[in-house]
Write a protein that binds this ligand. Structure first.
Ligand code: PDD
Length: 280
């Protein structure tokens, strides 16, 4: 696999980053994941806009122009022969020297890394036909989840906890309300109304969320942006999650309770279809 590091395209085992990089020492950096279907990038502009917002929030000067990111994404797709898959992009603060809690000087060059993950048939993922079972886990992440940082230890722990409980993903709960999945935004559907948590610092402002809500509005579906409890979700007609890698994923069970009839629901199925249809 050919990967990108600071302007160079290298075989993955020749790519190098400093051990002093603050991404490595302090999770001081941000990332994006863009999906590729039939060689085409999905929602690229949205992901780049959010990358810029995340960098601004952390006062990391963006080392590249938007056009450079697009060119690098296309180059990696071509060099790695990606038809369907994901492109991971990470920008960390870098670090010229020693470990220090204070940020290094403003002229420090951030580290930019990009790589591809080939996933043939990504849009036809079998999980979308059966749906995910999820387990509720307390949300112990920090308070700025709107910044897409590489600080992913807690989501990993929550996912492991969910897997230990025989589930596919975790639904994170704070103050009795669901925030997000471990790496996706979440929704329930009751009496034809799609309910999803409102945007704030508490959740990542999903690019797929924005696209799916726009498509739902265009299809005259009703939407309520508010938080909900696990009990409300268990009693809903259906549930689903969205992300760049899962698209629209039906959720069919929560903490051992079937949602609706325990099969992917019609709203989730329809939104998945129209989202993928528009992406092609
Ligand atoms: N995760 N919420 C969290 C906590 C996420 O990590 C993600 C994405 C989302 C969905 O955002 P989007 O629709 O922009 O992908 C919501 C990516 C896919 C990941 O970490 O692999």
């Amino acid at each position: 696999r050919t990967v990108y590091v600071n302007g160079d395209y290298l075989p993955e085992d020749e790519a190098k980053v400093s051990v002093f990089d603050r991404g490595f020492l302090m999770a001081d950096g941000v990332y994006e994941v863009v999906s590729v279907l039939d060689g085409k990038l999905l929602d690229f502009d949205g992901h780049l806009a959010r990358l810029n917002r995340s960098l601004d929030a952390l006062e990391i000067a963006n080392p590249l122009a938007d056009a450079d990111y697009l060119a690098a994404h296309r180059e990696l797709v071509a060099r790695n022969g990606i038809t369907d898959g994901l492109i991971y992009l990470q920008v960390t603060r870098g670090n010229p020297g020693d470990r220090d809690f204070a940020y290094p000087p403003k002229d420090t060059r951030p580290t930019v890394v990009m790589f591809t993950q080939s996933k043939p048939g990504l849009a036809d993922q079998p999980a979308a036909r059966t749906g995910w079972k999820v387990a509720s886990v307390e949300d112990l992440r920090w308070g700025r989840r709107d910044i897409k940082t590489v600080q992913l230890l807690y989501p990993s722990m929550a996912k492991m906890e969910a897997k230990a409980r025989g589930c596919d993903d975790a639904w994170l709960v704070e103050d009795g309300k669901v925030t997000e999945g471990s790496s996706n935004n979440v929704y329930i559907v009751k009496d034809g109304v799609i309910v999803t948590r409102e945007l704030s610092h508490d959740i990542l402002h999903g690019i797929t969320r924005a696209a799916v809500l726009r498509l739902a509005k265009e299809a005259q579906m009703r939407i309520e942006e508010r938080s909900f409890t696990i009990a409300e979700a268990q009693a809903a007609d259906e549930a689903f999650a969205t992300s760049a890698s899962a698209f629209v994923m039906p959720v069919v069970g929560i903490d051992g309770v079937s949602v609706g009839d325990g099969a992917p629901g019609p709203v989730a199925k329809r939104l998945r279809e129209i989202y993928l249809e528009e992406s092609r």
